[in-house]
Design a protein around this ligand. Sequence first.
Ligand SMILES: NC(=O)c1ccc[n+]([C@@H]2O[C@H](COP(=O)([O-])OP(=O)(O)OC[C@H]3O[C@@H](n4cnc5c(N)ncnc54)[C@H](O)[C@@H]3O)[C@@H](O)[C@H]2O)c1
Length: 325
Amino acid sequence: MDSFAGKLAVVTGGGSGMGRELVRQLAAAGCSVAAGDWHPEAVAQAAASARAAAPPGVLVTSHACDVADEGQVMRFRDEAQQQHSARHVDLVFANAGIGGGASFVADSRAEWERTFAVDFWGVYYCARVFLPLLIDSGDGVLVNTSSVNGLWASLGPGAPSTAYSTAKFAVRGFTEALIEDLRRNAPDVRVALVLPGHVGTDIVVNTRRAHGMPAPGEVSGQKLADARTWLTKAGLVRADASDDDVRRRLTGLEDDFRDKAPLSAAQAAAIILDEVRAGAWRILVGEDAKMIDARVRAKPDAAYDYAELFSGLAPSPAPESATAG
Ligand SMILES: NC(=O)c1ccc[n+]([C@@H]2O[C@H](COP(=O)([O-])OP(=O)(O)OC[C@H]3O[C@@H](n4cnc5c(N)ncnc54)[C@H](O)[C@@H]3O)[C@@H](O)[C@H]2O)c1
């Protein structure tokens, strides 16, 4: 695929972060986009600003869609086809995702299963629902977003990542398994796997909202005590810090995740699009993702022996670590 111009792309999770940037950059490159998100206002705004900067003839539509609900993904497909007068779709970016379900032991089962449902079943339903339209394209690309946590199932010392990593490993397995399947059974479609490291987005804030958790400034009771324990262990607050200091530190972590990342959402989206255009199937986004990939491959037995895995590096290499809370 030399160019996105004149194509039609579907993007899930288009209301924020990398999805919003994919919508904007695809439209700027002359590609029409059907953008979905479970926050209709956010995706409508993203679509409007993408449309404003797009060349003439590019249509950008927005759609309310919870990817964890197959019926809503089917409705998204029907709306997209109708509004774009399209018989086929050229690109599908199954990008929507949330964190959460950090601990299988201590976190709620509902949070664990919701996280898995969005992050795995969301990708699966998009493939189920849109594959026939990608086949009809004659040159379709399915782009599934996993994570560096699809390669390494931890966020580092003291920070488990069970639901998210399980789902992201599943996305990686599903996507890699599709390579041979598509080659044999749908040779006009190829698949790409996106493995980002830490990218500066609002995923921590959006995850908290998705699970109905209180804002950091409102945390109290046991949640505050738990936060104090892990922040103290991580050396981020003193044991005798006031409750408000703990809350401020929690707020700072959400901001830092977005503002102090090695890559912005715009840079990450540009990498993804360049690699998709170049025909890559395995897209590591960021130096941290490349480093973890290389280390885990080089020393698989040391994957969870952090001192050994990251020997020779500065401490705390864990990407996405703020999502653990
Ligand atoms: N930011 C990172 O460091 C990072 C690293 C690795 C992987 N990822 C993955 O990249 C993808 C994009 O993340 P981001 O960082 O841009 O996050 P983000 O929160 O900025 O954007 C994700 C978007 O997905 C939407 N969304 C969430 N659940 C949804 C659902 N059920 N149905 C439809 N839309 C839904 C959100 O409303 C949001 O607009 C996710 O799959 C995430 O897991 C992110």
